[in-house]
Design a binder for this molecule. Sequence first.
Ligand SMILES: Cc1ncc(C[n+]2csc(CCOP(=O)(O)OP(=O)(O)O)c2C)c(N)n1
Ligand SMILES: [Mg+2]
Length: 426
Amino acid sequence: MPKDDAEAAANRPRLALHVPEPKFRPGDKVDFTYLDLPGAGEQPRPDEACAASETNPLCTDLIRVLGDDNLAHGPWDPRLAPERLRGILREMALVRAFDARMYRAQRQGKTSFYLKCTGEEATSVAATHALDFEDMIFPSYRQQGCLIARGYPMLEMVNQIYSNRADKLKGRQLPILYSAKSVNFFSISGNLATQLPQATGFSMASAIRGDSKIAAAWVGEGSTAEGDFHSALTFAAVYNAPTIFNVVNNQWAISSFSGFAGAERTSFAARAIGYGIAGLRVDGNDPLAVYAAERWAADRARSNNGPTLIEFFTYRAEGHSTSDDPSVYRSAEEFAEWPLGDPIARLKNHLIAIGEWSEDQQAEMDRELAEQVLKATKEAEKNGILGHGLHHPFHTMFEDVFEELPWNLREQSKAAIREREIKWPE
Ligand SMILES: Cc1ncc(C[n+]2csc(CCOP(=O)(O)OP(=O)(O)O)c2C)c(N)n1
Ligand SMILES: [Mg+2]
């Protein structure tokens, strides 16, 4: 290096790498006042056919409908009939009852893996209500609420979790990675974010065919750091594809906090601004706001006004999955301090406030739902649970991929079956 350059370099400040660090670690006092949450009903609601840029301010705001008074406020109030609200409440409570039971089943050794969506029920159940049944759902692994909202039989869900002989996926998918064509629910992939380009592709095909179906994809905030997120948004923006991208920002990706996906810089909804598509940031624990935003995006997509990126701001109340222990990396106080509450309690309190529900009815419903879940699990157990041998026969793992099995796989299959017979003659 020439002498002048070397001297100049020596005088410059040293570069420092920024490594994000969550606000609270185990043992820390939690204070969420930094969030600066706007009041319910204060956010403007532009027309569904507006220029994408009109939604820019909503990307850093927070669309809220249910206020602290448990009443619905402002232009985003979807004005749903009480009957529909009770339906959404019931399905969210069913998801929670199902999660509780399946979590316990994993601890009892009936399955190897389970994953709850506690506190995030509105982001799947209420959003699914805003779609048409024909619209294709491209979920991540935390959207059991979409299946429940579409009326998929619970027995089939448990059979899949137990990988038993009635499992329609024949034990080939990790427990909870459902696939349910009958309710337009795309196969869940363990590879994060792959559902996003698939959703864009589906909706482009729908547009090419002149169909009226749109696609709605769900993805965790951590997964938006994947390249697939950006390819999916680029394609959707370029072709004005009728896709809804639901980013469920529960603030954690296993043990990494949202800062590692860029949350310290701007909101996840604000990614939409760079792509020139519509974006909305929504209180994910407010079922009315979730419904209203999803409906807005669905109407926009269906009327050829293009894709929308929705961020549902929420909080992952429990561990990532049964394989995780969040007490080692985040403060135990976080959930209790979380200021946006619980979506089930909020809708229940709203229905009570408008004279359409009561605590007694809620307790009775919870009893019924627990019973319903118990019945489905007992029924599924007759088809087998983990390690009880009632799974699909071993040789079936070689089936269903090729119309005619190639010679090398035929040989491999024979050898594998022979080996098993020697190891486990019974
Ligand atoms: C491509 C890929 N990378 C990493 C993983 C491992 N992994 C599974 S879930 C997960 C966290 C994802 O967090 P987020 O997207 O926020 O979703 P959440 O679990 O919070 O719903 C990670 C890193 C994976 N399955 N696939
Ligand atoms: Mg997350």
